[in-house]
Design a protein around this ligand. Sequence first.
Ligand code: ATP
Length: 377
Amino acid sequence: MEDIEGAAPAAPSPSSGSGLDLIGLTKVFPGGTVAVDDVNLHVEHGEYVVLLGPSGCGKTTTLRMIGGHEFPSEGDIVLDGQSLVDLPPHKRPTTTVFQHFALFPHRSVLANVEFGLKMHGVGKEERRQRAFEALDMVGLTPLADRKPRALSGGQQQRVALARVLVTKPKALLLDEPLGDLDRLLQLRMRVELRNLQRQLGLMFIHVTHNQEEALSMADRIVVMNEARIQQVADPLTIATRPATELVARFMGDNNIIRGTVTEREGDRLVVEDEQQVRASVRAPEARQSVGDPAMISVRAAAVIVDPNGATASDLNTAECEIVFVEFLGDLVKLHLLTGGERMLAKVGAEAYPALRGREGERIRISWKEEDVQLLDA
Ligand code: ATP
């Protein structure tokens, strides 16, 4: 695993100084559930990091430990050289934005934003000035006197953000912040939130189970599964170079081929599966020799559909039956069967007229060697 680009990193040094370090972070709940298992991660100031993974993988528990809402069983959380684990949430330089924004309905936007500072004993004048600064950051100053019910969902969300920004945290922790919104608002808020984070230059740690949301917003994605980190990498790497089978499956639309290494020459391997599909892959880090099992993935979007069925070689190609032609507006997803194996291809919508209604027909697909990724088991 340690050889794979973007795979889970080794423990960061706690003395690295600036930024956030999770060091061997572990949480075992009473009853024995291991929610988080030896998580090591370094996050820079100004970085937008998304914790992504299926339900129950431990991402919320990780966030709650950073925010002080859960106490680690083992490990340390260090921000700018200072351990946070013994500090209660309100003494930490972090602020959590929960899924349910829970604004006070009878208080004005301004009073909602001032509330956090009041709790910290900040005087009236300073409170007002800082609240206006925060409202300015989210572009809501003209609505300062409105009640939350007189705002749109997106505006309410921005009030909630102003309310946490006013306390000037070093890191903002967001737990499924877009989870409750309808899809159109979600799409708009992704852009707004990301732009706001860039303007503020603040560390954001955002938890979601939504792959598209993570890909569209993060500087780096931390994919978790069963309490552990699977891969840490930028969105392009996660989308095109999944390190493990779990990441490839969770990100979706990856064709996974399990087979045996039939050739190896330097860093180039040929893997063949039971249906005699043969794929070549360049993998300098590969440990496999001829005869060893191997698993590779090819993105559905990297599959080339050849309507004429002509191809020069039998490498990096397969003959398939079209099971279903799924039109998705801007692209077409082809559900295919090769031997007993399901495969997916995604092509542009312009191909739809030629593919519509061709279920049951046979078709040849191919892919380029550079689009094949060797997976860690
Ligand atoms: P989701 O997306 O569903 O919120 P998650 O990835 O955020 O999932 P966590 O909420 O961190 O997952 O939960 C990780 C594991 O810990 C799960 O198995 C969950 O049931 C368990 N767990 C969480 N909180 C507690 C608790 N207070 N007591 C016991 N077990 C818990």
